[in-house]
Write a protein that binds this ligand. Structure first.
Ligand code: CP
Length: 311
């Protein structure tokens, strides 16, 4: 794998391997390595993805080259390709990119020779979010096969829905969608069910934020929770073992009753925690494949450090 742009690049075996490596990182079973540089090129706002990539990079021992588009030469008209190429030229070993265009990677993936990781592409894909969601589900149920997973909300404009629906289906889950009129997506071939049926039948409910920044649907907010969201009444009808997921940020009181964000069945903050380890696993895999890091480097660096202190 040269870059990581879509979950579709991964076989089911690859996915399980990444989830296992993520758990090994969580359990401190893998040690890291020699100095390499990571650059985070975010052209859209982010809290979780950007910060968990930074935590993951620092845990891996990478030097982080931070970048703020609003204070960069993007303001002078520099293209995404030239920005990425510049980071490669100055020594970045891996690029993490979030951009509002669905196809941004097509502009840059041919001539860039360091790994590029998709941290969110418009409405199209959010593959590392998908993997952290899969890890959270797998930790809960130990399987995907036969699970009823319903994705609820602004499906049409959600990169999370697009990455997750197909990956979950491929892994054997029964995927259902639930959306207000206008939020359905004809590119996803899965059955639509009402939020009431979803609440009563799902093993995992994956709620989505209304993506106001991608369309003009502010009027839909009226009675949205009662008509399409997870109210306390619906949560009470969920099966005992059923869990709630949400990629966040959450519109409290819109797609989910605010009191349910941290309820017993919510795994929303666990998802964020898992994001660090999944991102470590992805970067570790890409950098190791390129020979940028290797198994013994951590020990070598530790020895150099000890020698440096004692001399
Ligand atoms: N889930 C997610 O992508 O959150 P951020 O937009 O805060 O990164």
């Amino acid at each position: 794998m040269k870059h990581f742009i879509s979950v579709n690049q991964l076989t089911n075996k690859d996915i399980i391997s990444i989830l296992k490596t993520a758990e090994e990182f969580r359990d401190n079973k893998i040690e890291m390595y020699e100095k390499a540089f990571a650059a985070n090129l975010f052209f859209e706002p982010s809290t979780r993805t950007k910060m968990s990539f930074i935590v993951a990079q620092r845990k891996l021992g990478l030097e982080v080259l931070d970048f703020h588009a609003e204070a960069s030469s993007v303001q002078k008209g520099e293209s995404l390709y030239d920005t990425a190429r510049t980071f490669e030229a100055i020594g970045a070993n891996v690029l993490v990119v979030r951009h509002p265009d669905d196809d941004w990677y097509k502009e840059i993936n041919t001539n860039i020779n360091i790994p590029i990781i998709n941290a969110g592409a418009g409405k199209a894909e959010h593959p590392t979010q998908c993997l952290l969601d899969l890890l959270t589900i797998y930790q809960e149920f130990g399987r995907f096969k036969g699970l009823n997973v319903v994705i609820v909300g602004d499906i049409k404009h959600s990169r999370v829905a697009h990455s997750n629906a197909n990956a979950l289906h491929r892994l054997g889950a029964n995927v259902f969608l639930s959306a207000a009129a206008g939020f359905e997506d004809e590119t996803l071939d899965f059955p639509y069910i009402t939020i009431d049926k979803a609440s009563e039948t799902c093993d995992a409910m994956m709620l989505l934020r209304i993506q106001y920044e991608r369309h003009d649907s502010h009027h839909i907010r009226e009675n949205y929770l009662e008509n399409y969201g997870l109210t306390k009444g619906r949560e009470e009808k969920m099966m005992d073992h059923a869990i709630i997921l949400h990629p966040a940020p959450v519109n409290r009181g819109v797609e989910i009753d605010s009191s349910l964000v941290e309820c017993e069945r919510s795994r929303i903050f666990k998802q964020m925690n898992n994001g660090v380890y999944v991102r470590m696993a992805i970067m570790h895999s890409l950098l190791k494949n390129r020979g940028i890091i290797h198994e013994n480097a951590f020990e070598e660096r530790k020895m150099l450090h000890i020698e440096g202190i004692s001399s």
